[in-house]
Design a protein around this ligand. Structure first.
Ligand code: HEM
Ligand code: HEM
Length: 185
């Protein structure tokens, strides 16, 4: 498999970012709803720590992913897809990128601006930047919850569009984001 993108398909690194971050996002949603429902035990706080560390990982991966996208060609729109659908898909992708940045950033802000240090797998610790519960950390907390719904909505649209291309239009949009796809050029 080619590491870099071509004008016909996504390369191995872009695919790894796409599917790896998808997996981590699913894990972090599951961790969030599990940890918030638990009684205050050591296990609960351990899950909070894991959620934060995976969240910071996603923030770091976002930066590398964006950088990698800028180093590479982006597969061209298919001529069989109507212009408005290609534009809608582009908009959705840039909204997803914005959320992939703001969502973990709001979580990190909620923690460090709310008096909590965030340790990252023992490698480094981000110290608290403000004291305890305050209006800014409460705002970040609200934002984190709202972003979780907005990301869920846009990802659902994005997944439905991918499945529509694959099963109804039967074009190569989904296959070119999967390993082992050979474009006919
Ligand atoms: C993209 C990565 C992330 C995802 C997908 C994610 C997802 C979520 C979700 C779905 C919730 C539940 C929201 C609610 O309904 O109230 C939540 C809560 C929470 N998140 Fe994240 N999060 C991410 C990143 C982070 C980061 C980086 C931090 C901190 C460093 C963080 C800290 C928290 C905390 C402390 C809560 C619990 C709030 C409470 O107890 O009410 N999250 N997260
Ligand atoms: C958290 C979930 C997801 C996010 C945030 C996301 C985000 C993105 C982004 C930003 C791109 C642009 C390519 C890039 O720059 O890497 C993309 C492309 C793509 N995604 Fe997703 N994605 C998610 C889940 C999925 C799922 C579950 C599917 C399949 C059912 C899917 C199918 C695709 C396809 C087919 C493309 C390529 C579109 C094209 O070639 O024009 N995505 N996705």
């Amino acid at each position: 498999m080619c590491i870099k993108n071509t004008l016909k398909k996504w390369g191995g690194v872009s695919q790894l970012f796409h599917w790896g971050m998808f997996l981590l996002l699913v894990i972090n949603y599951l961790l969030a709803y599990t940890m918030m429902d638990m009684a205050p035990t050591d296990d609960k706080w351990w899950l909070y720590g894991m959620h934060k560390q995976i969240g910071v990982t996603l923030l770091l991966l976002f930066a590398f992913r964006l950088w990698w996208r800028m180093q590479n060609p982006v597969p061209q729109d298919l001529p069989t897809v109507p212009h408005w659908q290609n534009r809608a898909a582009q908009w959705n992708i840039w909204i997803l990128y914005t959320l992939l940045f703001l969502f973990p950033l709001s979580g990190l802000s909620m923690s460090v601006l709310g008096g909590h240090a965030v340790s990252y797998f023992g490698l480094f610790t981000i110290p608290p930047l403000m004291e305890g519960n305050n209006p800014i950390s409460r705002f970040a907390h609200e934002a984190h919850e709202i972003f979780s719904y907005i990301l869920g909505a846009f990802v659902t649209l994005h997944i439905l569009a991918a499945l529509y291309h694959h099963f109804i239009l039967k074009d190569s949009i989904l296959r070119r984001m999967l390993p082992r796809y050979q474009s006919l050029d």
